[in-house]
Ligand binder design. Structure first.
Ligand SMILES: [Zn+2]
Ligand SMILES: [Zn+2]
Length: 133
């Protein structure tokens, strides 16, 4: 049994070849939009519809196996849920990368000031990556 099979089982999702295919592509890409994912998945499953892909992605987001990262002014990207982290986005090539940055004290501070209880503290810093500069 591979890691992705285990991941699906752990989240009480039925293991299907399509779901394994989706997870393999997302895992290899790191962060990927549904449109790009669709292009890749069709190489192995040419009959899969975009609606089916969306449905599967939504299932996996609901059980917290995949995470949607909202990209300002661009399409959302998805990643396999792992340790909490922030992101950097390049505004030229739209590459999205992980950024290890603890927001703990910042979020605590924001809670204290506003009275909000934050449950989503995904931070996306945008700018120009070294490659595009
Ligand atoms: Zn770039
Ligand atoms: Zn990430």
């Amino acid at each position: 049994m591979n890691d992705y099979m285990l991941l699906l089982k752990e989240h009480n999702l039925k293991v299907t070849p399509q779901r394994l295919g989706i997870l393999t592509i997302v895992g290899n890409a790191g962060h990927i939009s549904i449109e790009d994912l669709y292009t890749y998945i069709r190489k192995d499953f040419n009959s899969i519809s975009l609606a089916t892909l969306y449905k599967n992605i939504n299932f996996m987001v609901e059980v917290n196996l995949l995470k949607e990262i909202k990209v300002p002014n661009h399409k959302s990207k998805y990643e396999i849920v792992k340790k909490e982290h922030s992101h950097m986005l390049c505004k030229k090539c739209y590459k999205l990368e992980d950024l290890e940055l603890s927001l703990h004290s910042l979020v605590q501070d924001a809670s204290k000031k506003s009275g909000y209880l934050f449950d989503d503290n995904t931070l996306v810093l945008s700018g120009i990556c070294p490659h595009c500069q």
